[in-house]
Write a protein that binds this ligand. Structure first.
Ligand code: ASP
Ligand code: MG
Length: 419
């Protein structure tokens, strides 16, 4: 009998009524003759509400206690779902991450999974029951509760799918699948029938909200078959898999936007070996993730070093940057919270030239200034003003004719014609 892992998140578990709907759906899957593991997120905005509560009692809550607190959210939805399933006459049992042996490291609120035993899950599945598991949490080897970073229920689902060799990991969400751009910004955005792990990973790490980026890293590493689909309809969503032939014709598959970025510049940095190492070691020691880095050619022996971080980390990184600037005898540190990162992603970039030029021209036509640029094999990102971000997404979606994607293959010629 094949095993399916289903994850329900977002508004699909917003309230008891929706939980009952999920229960019906889960029971249908079970009755179609599958073993079934269901991973749930917390009800609606529970996690945010819990964090809000924490902020009311402490300015700086210990991360261990935040994990104790946040982990309760998923426990509520898991238990409710198990109860709802039982009323439909089907056997189900809920478990926490620690109970099913999801072992993590000790980085509270951002823990990484080290091992999954899934012993209890295997036992209930063998008895023909549905196993419900709380997403987003695990425990350290010495029994401390940890959480897996925001959106971490996706990671739980992917990790269990791998550990149990699931036939498919279905991610049920508010949207119909993965789109060429956020449909709330681009009304003619198209749902992609398939996308590769690499592209989805780039989209997730550049702002597309559908999957937690870390969960995509794991899905890609272990080639976990994923299907992202709507919890409100039966229609097929987006299947994520290794690269397939048809995908190669597509040059760009999506445009994503990260609005919560901030730019920091350390001015007049001495241009000597070891300086960049010092700056970025200090920053990474403070557990801030740096995204883009730009350093100019220096003509005077001094250069400016700019980098971007998530908006939430700005204050923390400014403190570190000022300290390190003094240490290395650099100039002042300036920052800018009014930026956004816009990215185009596509496997076809590996074999097509001119994509960057098309992107820059499309932005230029809209008088959008580019402040920083970074590229990977299958992605180009630009930092622009935040208030021009939506206009930029629409312009790029048009320039790469993404509204036609899937209707007919977007060939290089079609892209050229827009330049
Ligand atoms: N409830 C957690 C969060 O809101 C985990 C999740 O939803 O996947 O981040
Ligand atoms: Mg959530």
């Amino acid at each position: 009998m094949s095993l399916i892992v289903q994850k329900f998140g977002g508004s699909s578990v917003a309230d008891p009524e929706r939980i009952r709907k999920v229960a019906e759906r889960v029971v249908r899957t079970k009755k179609s003759g599958h073993q079934l593991v269901v991973v749930v997120s917390a009800l609606g905005d529970t996690t945010d509400e819990l964090l809000h509560l924490a902020a009311k009692v402490s300015k700086n809550p210990p991360e261990r206690e935040l994990d104790m607190l946040m982990a309760t959210g998923e426990q509520v939805s898991a238990a409710l779902l198990a109860m709802a399933i039982k009323t439909l006459g089907v056997k189900a049992m809920s478990f926490t991450g620690p109970q099913v042996g999801i072992i993590t490291d000790r980085s509270h609120t951002q823990a990484r999974i080290q091992e999954v035993s899934a012993q209890k899950i295997k036992e209930v599945l063998a008895r023909g029951w549905i196993a419900i598991v709380t997403g987003f949490q695990g425990m350290t080897s010495d029994h401390e509760i940890t959480t897996l970073g925001r959106g971490g229920s996706d990671l739980t689902a992917v990790a269990l799918s791998h550990a149990l060799s699931a036939k498919i990991c279905e991610i049920y969400t508010d949207v119909e699948g993965v789109y060429t751009a956020d449909p709330r910004m681009v009304p003619n955005a198209r749902k992609l029938p398939t996308i590769s792990y690499d592209e989805m990973l780039e989209l997730a790490s550049t702002g597309a909200q559908v999957m937690q980026a870390r969960s995509m890293e794991m899905a890609k590493k272990y080639e976990v078959p994923l299907h992202i689909r709507s919890s409100f309809s039966a229609s097929k969503g987006t299947v994520i898999s290794k690269e397939v032939k048809a995908m190669e014709q597509v040059v760009v598959s999506g445009v994503s936007l990260q609005k919560d970025e901030a730019k920091v510049t350390i001015c007049d940095v001495p241009d000597k070996p070891g300086i960049a190492a010092t700056i970025f070691t200090r920053i990474s020691d403070s557990e801030v993730n740096v995204d883009m880095i730009v350093q100019n050619v220096s003509r005077t022996g001094y250069t400016d070093v700019s980098f971007t971080v998530g908006r939430a980390d700005l204050n923390k990184v400014l403190r570190v940057a000022r300290r390190v600037a003094a240490e290395i005898k650099a100039g002042k540190v300036i920052h800018d919270g009014g930026v956004a990162k816009i990215s185009v992603v596509g496997l076809g970039m590996r074999s097509h030239s001119g994509i960057a030029a098309t992107m820059f021209k499309a932005l230029a036509r809209e008088s959008i200034n580019i402040e920083m640029i970074s590229t990977s094999e299958i992605k180009i990102s630009c930092i622009i003003r935040k208030d021009q971000a939506v206009k930029a997404v629409r312009a790029l979606h048009d320039a790469f004719t993404l509204d036609k994607l899937g209707l007919k293959p977007v060939k290089e010629k079609a892209v050229r014609a827009r330049k």
